[in-house]
Design a protein around this ligand. Structure first.
Ligand code: PMP
Length: 466
């Protein structure tokens, strides 16, 4: 019972770490390595800052896990949950029933979504949203009388979640290697990663070239067999890879030419992160389906879903009969109430616009200045409030470090030690701070980043790796 549960301050950090190592299997974690080191215990948070069990203050430049868009400690979200839990903590939407928050949120989502997106299917996570999309696009083509259209094309180094379908749509080779993935009829093309694959041509030419890989694969598979193409507007977990401006409009043109559904995975890019409500608006394309999660509730409570465009909605709603799919928590009233409060706050604070016109451009400026002067930074990229710094061994030739040296992880270690959460994807250092971050706080973050890069540089020199 609650009264017998020890409160946080009754155990030391070491005791928490020991209990953690004994019982808690973390996501994407080498448990033996973690147990040897001990997990960092995060105890509380406010605005863009976290505090750990040793009392260290940390600037959370990753918004939790790309999700705490409105920052920590927002009373409106906390009160929305409390109110809804008192009134009706849960009811399902299976029994020809609905709850008020689920209806209101669907309406609110339709109001901010691109034109033509009037319907929403709720899930609890981004992975479930993408699983839903696999079933929905295949169901769509069944209804259309073209059931052979089953194949879905994703991208190498894309990330769409960790369930069987989510991990299959994604193009993470380490994930595919465990558990016999991808599932059948999922294919991948190369990513639009100019720095790695395209430096022999201009960015814009490379964007067209990379989009052309989709057309080539469609022709190889036979357009009559292809159901959909899925991509993140900006690849997040893959390393904040911002594609050239020419890429997405060309992808859309190719999908239209072969009558293939276009799916935008907005789990990271949605809800203001890119500087508009949705990443497809910033990157210049109109999808048929949108997967969302994370920022919809700013991570205060699990929620995700699929925004369904006109064409798929018409088939599914008017002609499809029962869609044999759904989750206990599809349209969870407490989750929806929190998301509603979150959307109101994003709107009140005008955060998508602030990111698009003020803080996003300011971050881009600061990143460009850092890339120009710092010996370790070969390239800086950003879109709205997500950014990447590519660490290189030789700034002049942009030669990389040997992967085995794990220089990104080394840099991440300095960040952890100095009160900054930055993520390392290989040797790309990633930030995606809460959208409430101010210019002054961006300066504070940049000062920490510089210090950590300097410490990394010193360590590389000491080790003789430079
Ligand atoms: N799609 C994208 C683009 C993501 O970044 C993520 C999570 N990082 C997911 C899907 C999966 O979401 P979840 O972890 O909520 O299942």
């Amino acid at each position: 019972t609650t009264s017998q549960t020890p409160r946080i301050e009754t155990r030391s950090t070491q005791e928490w770490q020991a209990a953690d190592a004994r019982h808690f299997l973390h996501p994407f974690t080498d448990h033996k390595a973690l147990a040897a080191k001990g997990a960092r215990i995060i105890e509380r948070a406010d605005n863009i800052y976290l505090w750990d069990s040793n009392g260290q203050k940390i600037l959370d430049a990753m918004s939790g896990l790309w999700c705490v868009n409105v920052g920590y400690g927002q009373r409106a979200l906390i009160e929305a949950a409390t109110r809804q839990m008192s009134e009706l903590p849960f009811y399902n939407a299976f029994f020809q029933t609905a709850t008020v928050p689920a209806i209101e949120l669907a309406e609110a989502l339709a109001a901010i979504a691109p034109p033509g997106f009037e319907r929403v299917f709720y899930t609890c996570s981004g992975s479930e949203a993408n699983d839903t999309i696999v079933r929905m696009v295949r169901r769509f083509w069944d209804i259309e009388g073209r059931p052979q259209r089953k194949k879905i094309i994703g991208r190498v180094n894309g990330y769409h979640g960790s369930t069987m379908a989510g991990a299959s749509l994604g193009g993470m080779s380490a994930m595919h290697a465990q558990g016999g993935l991808p599932i059948p009829d999922i294919h991948h093309i190369q990513q639009p990663h100019w720095f790695e694959l395209g430096r022999h041509v201009s960015r814009e030419d490379f964007g067209l070239l990379a989009a052309g890989w989709l057309e080539a694969r469609i022709l190889e598979l036979g357009p009559e067999n292809v159901a959909a193409f899925i991509g993140e507007p900006v690849q997040g977990a893959g390393g904040v890879i911002v594609p050239p401006a020419s890429y997405w409009p060309e992808i859309e043109r190719i999908c239209r030419r072969y009558d293939i559904l276009l799916v935008s995975d907005e789990v990271i890019c949605g809800f203001g992160r890119s500087g508009q409500w949705f990443g497809c608006e910033t990157l210049g394309f109109t999808p048929d389906l949108i997967a969302f999660a994370k920022g919809v509730s700013s991570g205060y409570i699990p929620l995700g879903g699929v925004l369904v465009g006109e064409r798929v909605a018409r088939a599914l709603v008017d002609e499809g009969g029962e869609f044999e799919h759904g989750f206990t928590y599809s349209g969870h009233p407490t989750a929806c109430a929190v998301a509603l409060a979150n959307l109101r706050l994003l709107r009140q604070l005008n955060l998508p616009r602030q990111v698009g016109h003020e803080t996003g451009p300011y971050l881009a400026e600061q990143f460009a200045a850092l890339a120009a002067e710092h010996a370790l930074v070969g390239e800086a990229q950003s879109c709205g409030l997500m950014g990447a710094l590519q660490l290189v061994r030789d700034k002049a030739t942009l030669a990389p470090f040997a992967a085995a040296r794990a220089v990104g992880m080394l840099c991440r270690g300095h960040c952890f030690g100095n009160g900054l959460i930055m993520r390392a994807v290989g040797d790309r250092m990633i930030v995606a701070p809460p959208l409430v971050i101010t210019r002054a706080q961006i300066d504070e973050m940049m000062a920490l980043i510089r210090r950590c890069l300097d410490l990394t540089l010193d360590e590389l020199r000491t080790r003789g790796w430079l």
